[in-house]
Write a protein that binds this ligand. Structure first.
Ligand SMILES: *[C@@H]1O[C@H](CO)[C@@H](O)[C@H](O)[C@H]1NC(C)=O
Ligand SMILES: *[C@@H]1O[C@H](CO)[C@@H](O)[C@H](O)[C@H]1NC(C)=O
Length: 368
């Protein structure tokens, strides 16, 4: 089949994007969204199915007996109707922006949401659960949905979808969905560096290999259940989170904790190697979202992104509160100037920046 030598309209559109991007960066993202919608149509993309942790959980934890929740003010302060949904941010998550850019929906609902409508199943849902990770034990500590449990719910989803569109269409819809996987942070912060069990079993290098094996295992299961296109979000620079700086920063409270960033970055290399392997062996069309680089760029040159505060979160003192400890606290005035909403999680503004980057990577997962 090979690549066609002459340049069709697709090639032209890409050239226009490159040109506009260099001359007028503020317009580039709108143009890419036009391009991505053409790709969605061309490649029959049906929906977005999301797995992972608080970075992509729109409120599944609201339905679980866990303390890891964000369904009270000030969470959701800048969401539609200022509604706290369970999203660990002031507004929408990157996956909400991605689904909107693809033309599906402005908000991806939680699969466990009791108000879920049949038509929501068609656009995509999230099975993600805050405090989860690649290691099943990470989820178990907080009594949230591990990846095996999230994949179990994918099976329920498929059964429900069959009732709406029939068996053949449901199978086709899942094969043409974009799967998103975003987690890893809690395996280090809520598990390895906090609880003795894994730290006794593994060095941090060995633990990364262990997580990497778990990841391969989970994605193979995902593939068995129909996943053909997969976008994996790498872990962010963990050492730059306000909470980590507060707890481990020592004398220099304002600098990122380099040793922890190093761990995050080497784990990301393993994620990328796994994706290459899965592409070769199972033919999964994959894309990697370099969340680490996006955040690091935003933290080192905040002005370029319209940000003014990147060291502290917007909730409370911004140095230690997240989830329950942020409940009912006062916030900064304008969260859109902040990179972090609480001491751990990005603001809606930061998620929008990450989504713009993800949308660029996404075309790879379609075309590859
Ligand atoms: C999209 O679906 C149409 C109709 O089923 C099919 O003919 C076409 O080959 C599909 N395109 C891709 C890229 O899979
Ligand atoms: C996590 O909990 C589940 C359900 O209780 C259990 O089957 C599983 O073995 C646990 N996993 C780990 C790693 O402890």
């Amino acid at each position: 089949m090979g690549k066609t030598p002459q340049m069709g309209m697709g090639g032209l559109a890409i050239l226009v994007v490159l040109f506009m991007g260099s001359v007028m960066p503020q317009l580039s993202s709108g143009f890419e969204k036009g391009t991505i919608r053409q790709l969605v149509t061309k490649y029959n993309v049906t929906s977005v199915l999301v797995f992972g942790d608080s970075s992509v959980d729109p409120g599944n934890n609201n339905r679980l007996p866990t303390p890891m929740k964000g369904n009270f003010p000030p969470y959701g302060k800048d969401f539609f109707q200022a509604r706290p949904t369970g999203r660990f941010s002031n507004g929408r998550l990157a996956t909400d922006f991605i689904a909107e850019a693809l033309g599906f929906t402005k908000i991806i609902p939680a699969f466990l949401d009791p108000n879920l409508k049949p038509k929501d199943l068609l656009h995509g849902v999230s099975f993600a659960s805050a405090a989860s990770g690649y290691d099943e034990l990470t989820a178990n500590f907080s009594n949230v949905l591990s990846i095996p449990r999230q994949l179990q719910y994918l099976k329920h989803y498929k059964l429900q979808l069959r009732r709406v569109v029939g068996v053949k269409n449901a199978e086709w819809a899942v094969k043409n969905a974009v799967f998103v996987l975003s987690m890893g942070t809690n395996d280090f912060l809520q598990n390895y560096y906090l609880e003795p069990e894994r730290a006794k079993q593994f060095t941090v290098e060995q633990y990364q290999d262990f997580l990497s094996t778990q990841m391969l295992h989970s994605i193979k299961e995902m593939h068995r259940l129909g996943a053909r296109r997969l976008v994996v979000v790498g872990v962010p620079p963990l050492g730059c989170m306000p909470l980590v700086k507060t707890l481990r920063g020592g004398e220099e409270q304002n600098k990122c904790v380099e040793a922890i960033n190093q761990v995050a970055s080497s784990f990301n290399s393993k994620i990328k190697a796994n994706l290459a392997l899965l592409h070769r062996t199972l033919g999964i069309k994959d894309a990697y979202v370099d969340c680490y680089a996006v955040l690091q760029n935003a933290l080192s040159t905040p002005q370029t992104y319209g940000l003014a505060e990147t060291a502290k979160g917007c909730c409370g003192t911004g140095t230690i509160e997240y989830g329950d400890t942020c409940k009912g606290l006062s916030t900064c005035e304008d969260a859109s100037k902040y990179a972090f909403w609480d001491a751990v999680h990005p603001t809606q503004k930061m998620y929008q920046i990450i989504a713009d980057e993800a949308i660029k990577s996404l075309s790879e997962a379609l075309i590859r």
